[in-house]
Design a protein around this ligand. Structure first.
Ligand code: SF4
Length: 443
C-alpha cells in the first residue's frame, strides 16, 4: 500500500468517532481556579450581536442513546422552581448586556415543551423583558417532542414569533423507537407532526436517527420518506452513538451485527438531495437558507457571545467557555439541578475551559470546516494574523487524501470528507483537549 493510501485508511477506518457539536467538548471543562467574575468577563467581550440560549433540563423519560444534561421529571412544581431560578439568574446577568443586541434565541434541553404553556410563555417574558431580546429582530428556535407538542404550547410559540421548531422523531417504526427506550407510537409521531405543520412556522426541523437496533435500509428509507412527506424545511439525520454512560451500551449495538450507518447515510443523502434539500453538514439538510419574514440581525456562525441561561447551558466568550458541572446519571443531574435552584448568586464562572490562542484557532477551524460554508482562508488570516494552512498542517493532509478541496480561497470538505466529518472532527481535536476528555470522570 502506498503512503497516501495508508494515510487515507487511517483517517477512514472509523467514520463514527465523535460528534463535535462544540469545541472544546464539555468533558474537557474543569474547575476554574480561581473562579472568574462574570461581569468582568462579559465586559471585555466585544461582539456586536449575542446569542441567548436557555436550557430546560427535563424530559418525560431518558432515551437510550442520550448523554445530554437532562433529567426525567414531569412534575410541574419542579419545573416552576427551575424557571424561578432561571429568572433569578437572568436578572443578575441582564445589566451586563444592557444596550447590546441578541440576534438569536434558542430554547433547548431536554424537552422545553415539557413545561406547561404558561411556564413556556414565561421563558419568552424572561428573554424579552429581562434580557432585552427584540423578538422581531432575532431568529428564535425551540426544541420539542411528539408527546409534548400540544396546540396550547404551539400557540405560545407562534405568538412569541418562533421561527424554527425542531421535533425529535428519530424513527417512525415502533420497534426501532422502543429499542432506544422511546416508547413512541408511530401514530403519535405522525399526529404531532401534522399538528406542528398546521401552525405554519417559517421552519420546521425533523430529527431522525440511523443505525438504530433492528433498523434496515428499507425501514430507514420508510422513516425518511415519512418525514419528507410532511414537507419540513429541514431534516437532521444523526448516526446513532452509544457510550458507556448511555442506557444503550455499545455492546448491545455491536451484537446486532455489522455497522450499516455509512450505507444508511449515503442512501439518505441521495434521497434528500433528490427531494430538494441542500446538504449543509453531515447532519443538516435544508431547503431554507435565511428568513424573509423578519429582518434578523446578523450573527456569527462561530457562536461566540453565547449567553447560556439555566443549568447545563454553556456560555461562550471568545476566550472562556463555561457552564455548570455536567453529569448524565440521574443522581448527578438531580443534584446539579438542585444546587442551581438553591443558588442565590450566579455571578462567577467556576467550571469551564480557558481557550489559548491556539485553541481559539482550532475552534474557528472546526466550526468552519465541518459545514458547507467551509474555511475562508483570508477571513482566518484577518482574524488571527496567521495562515490556517501553516497553523494546521492536517489541512494539507485533508487535501492530499481527497477529503477536502480548495477553491477560490475556501477550503471545503468533499462529499467523501463530509461523510467522514465525525472522523475528521475527531482527528482535529488538540492533544490537550483530548487528554482532558479522556481523563474526564463522568458522574
Ligand atoms: S434525546 Fe432528547 S428527548 Fe431523549 S432524553 Fe435526550 S434530551 Fe430528552
Amino acid at each position: 500500500m502506498d503512503e497516501v493510501a495508508e494515510e487515507r485508511q487511517r483517517w477512514l477506518q472509523a467514520p463514527y468517532r465523535s460528534y463535535l457539536y462544540s469545541y472544546p467538548h464539555k468533558t474537557a471543562y474543569r474547575p476554574l481556579e480561581p473562579a472568574l467574575p462574570l461581569e468582568e468577563l462579559w465586559k471585555g467581550e466585544e461582539t456586536d450581536y449575542y446569542f441567548l440560549y436557555m436550557h430546560i433540563p427535563f424530559c418525560g423519560a431518558r432515551c437510550g442513546f442520550c448523554n445530554l444534561f437532562t433529567l426525567p421529571d414531569r412534575r410541574a412544581d419542579v419545573h416552576e422552581q427551575y424557571v424561578d431560578a432561571l429568572e433569578r439568574q437572568a436578572r443578575q446577568w441582564a445589566p451586563w448586556f444592557a444596550g447590546r443586541s441578541f440576534s438569536r434565541f434558542a430554547v433547548g434541553g431536554g424537552t422545553p415543551t415539557l413545561l406547561e404553556a404558561p411556564l413556556l410563555s414565561r421563558l419568552f417574558d424572561i428573554a424579552d423583558r429581562v434580557m432585552g431580546l427584540d423578538p422581531s429582530q432575532a431568529s428564535i428556535s425551540v426544541e420539542t417532542s411528539p408527546d409534548t407538542v400540544t396546540e396550547e404550547r404551539l400557540h405560545v410559540l407562534k405568538e412569541r414569533l418562533t421561527d424554527r421548531v425542531s421535533i425529535g422523531i428519530q424513527s417512525f417504526v415502533e420497534q426501532e423507537a422502543s429499542a432506544i427506550y422511546r416508547p413512541q407510537k408511530p401514530r403519535l409521531a405522525e399526529e404531532a407532526l401534522e399538528r406542528l405543520m398546521a401552525f405554519e412556522f417559517p421552519l420546521v426541523n425533523v430529527d431522525l436517527i440511523y443505525g438504530l437496533p433492528g433498523q434496515t435500509p428499507e425501514s430507514w428509507l420508510y422513516s425518511l420518506e415519512k418525514a419528507i412527506s410532511y414537507g419540513p424545511g429541514e431534516i437532521f439525520i444523526y448516526p446513532l452513538y452509544t457510550r458507556e454512560n448511555t442506557i444503550l451500551k455499545p455492546d448491545q449495538i455491536r451484537k446486532q451485527g455489522t455497522d450499516i450507518r455509512l450505507e444508511l447515510y449515503e442512501m439518505a443523502r441521495q434521497r434528500l438531495e433528490e427531494a430538494g434539500y441542500t446538504q449543509y453538514s453531515m447532519r443538516r439538510f435544508s431547503k431554507v437558507n435565511g428568513f424573509a419574514h423578519k429582518r434578523i440581525l446578523p450573527f456569527s456562525c462561530q457562536e461566540e457571545g453565547m449567553v447560556g441561561l439555566g443549568c447545563g447551558a454553556r456560555s461562550y466568550t471568545r476566550r472562556v467557555h463555561y457552564a455548570s458541572r455536567y453529569g448524565v446519571s440521574q443522581a448527578a443531574t438531580r443534584s446539579i439541578i438542585a444546587d442551581y435552584v438553591a443558588a442565590e448568586r450566579h455571578d462567577q464562572a467556576d467550571y469551564g475551559f480557558v481557550l489559548s490562542e491556539a485553541e481559539q484557532k482550532r475552534r474557528y477551524l472546526l466550526k468552519a470546516i465541518l459545514h458547507r460554508e467551509g474555511l475562508e482562508l483570508a477571513a482566518y488570516e484577518e482574524r488571527f494574523g496567521s495562515r490556517a494552512m501553516q497553523d494546521h498542517p492536517e489541512l494539507e493532509q485533508l487535501l492530499r487524501l481527497g477529503l477536502a478541496e480548495l477553491e477560490a480561497g475556501v477550503l471545503r470538505l468533499t462529499a467523501l470528507g463530509m461523510a467522514y466529518s465525525d472522523a475528521i472532527g475527531d482527528e482535529l481535536i488538540s492533544a490537550d483537549v483530548r487528554e482532558r476528555m479522556e481523563g474526564y470522570e463522568l458522574r
